[in-house]
Write a protein that binds this ligand. Structure first.
Ligand SMILES: NC(=O)c1ccc[n+]([C@@H]2O[C@H](COP(=O)([O-])OP(=O)(O)OC[C@H]3O[C@@H](n4cnc5c(N)ncnc54)[C@H](OP(=O)(O)O)[C@@H]3O)[C@@H](O)[C@H]2O)c1
Length: 244
């Protein structure tokens, strides 16, 4: 199914993978709605995307705001949620092993990675057109264990389980997951030194020994939106990370 002429909503579309997806979708003739918290980031992203972009300021951790957002956006064809697990650099420093991670940080992880996707799936549903789809984004933490990531692993596993259930309950809408490996985005670039270097060391042994690009993940997201036979699927695009 070509995406030309379709309307695609990207929560977290003003940076990184979401922005790359918005640009690629617009280049293929779709109109895009991007949402995020910072108005400045949205405006800058909108200039990069061009005339096919509509912007909305939204904190997707707030369910009432998510409901109002989808009511104001109205009918659309596809929706993806690209909110990071821990968007705040300061809070990211407190993500450690299970015993050492403060309860408040654990709740932030679940709110951003799990509840944002729940709220968006719940409130987008009645505005999604026939033939449309929802795409959740997870990662690889629950497929290959990493120190300091137990809550991220739990959140990603929960999102994938939810996607399988919704693929049945929401049919004929399709519900899928894209699960990237390590991708070079502002999220990774802004990590504290030791943390970033530890992640970089992980990609060396991969069959594809580098971080992925935002474009590689954007193409996966748009492929799964456009493939009318894909539902309940987890599309892993990770350079073979879990094989190492
Ligand atoms: N980069 C990787 O290696 C990697 C690996 C696996 C999975 N992922 C997943 O891929 C997705 C995109 O990550 P990325 O690296 O592209 O991140 P990014 O460059 O930091 O972009 C994140 C986007 O989410 C928005 N956002 C943050 N908090 C939000 C909130 N509460 N409500 C609404 N929007 C919010 C940001 O805008 P504002 O800050 O202005 O709100 C921005 O547009 C995330 O789900 C992440 O977990 C990334």
């Amino acid at each position: 199914m070509p995406l030309s002429g379709q309307r695609i909503v990207l929560i977290g579309g003003s940076s990184g993978i979401g922005l790359a997806t918005a640009k690629e979708a617009a280049a293929r003739g779709a109109s895009v709605v991007i949402a995020g918290r910072s108005v400045e980031r949205l405006e800058s992203a909108s200039r990069e995307i061009g005339v096919r972009a509509e912007t909305h300021s939204l904190d997707a951790t707030q369910e009432t705001a998510v409901e109002a957002f989808f009511a104001s956006v109205g009918p659309h064809d596809h929706m993806a949620v690209l909110v990071p697990t821990v968007p705040d650099a300061e809070v990211r420093k407190s993500v450690r092993g299970f015993a050492d991670t403060p309860q408040a940080t654990m709740e932030i992880v679940m709110r951003h990675k799990f509840w944002c996707q729940v709220y968006c799936a719940r409130h987008a549903r009645r505005h999604l057109r026939d033939g449309g789809s929802i795409v959740f984004i997870t990662g690889q933490a629950h497929r290959k264990s990493l120190p300091n990531y137990p809550l991220v692993a739990a959140a990603d596993a929960a999102v994938e389980a939810l996607a399988r259930e919704l693929a049945r309950e929401y049919a004929p809408l399709r519900v899928n997951v894209v699960a990237p490996g390590l991708i070079e985005t502002p999220l990774i670039r802004d990590l504290p030194r030791g943390h970033r270097e530890a992640l970089e060391a992980l990609v060396g042994p991969q069959p594809v020994p580098r971080m992925g690009t935002v474009q590689e993940i954007a193409e996966a997201i748009l492929w799964i939106m456009g493939n009318g036979f894909a539902t309940g699927t987890v599309l892993e695009v990770d350079g073979g990370y879990k094989l190492t």
